[in-house]
Unconditional design. Structure first.
Length: 106
């Protein structure tokens, strides 16, 4: 439950975007797993030639089903490792809930 009358000690607004910040150790950003794409509809142009349209759909399918999720997963794992290292060195670190701006605090 959010208590606006008594804000938690040390919490403040983000200096970058003015949204509220939360502790990194209790944030969902620490356990985020990315790399999954929900919309897999290829955007084929109906005015293209049939062969080039088929090639475009095939390349789009390879991108959406293999390459983009792989890069998303790898970048998500890298970001999670970075957040774990920051949290190990600075246990009271704050993270913005909107832009992911980090304020390191010991």
């Amino acid at each position: 439950m959010l208590n606006l009358d008594e804000p938690q000690r040390g919490l403040r607004d983000c200096p970058k975007c003015r949204f509220s910040m939360e502790y990194l150790r209790s944030s969902s950003a620490l356990r985020r797993q990315e790399g999954y794409i929900l919309d897999r509809t290829p955007d084929a142009d109906p005015y293209l030639h049939t062969r080039s349209s088929a090639i475009f759909v095939l390349c789009s399918e390879i991108w959406h089903s293999l390459i983009a999720p792989l890069f998303g997963k790898l970048s998500s794992d890298r970001r999670n490792r970075k957040y774990q290292e920051i949290l190990r060195l600075f246990p009271n670190t704050l993270i913005c809930t909107h832009c992911a701006h980090i304020i390191k605090q010991r």
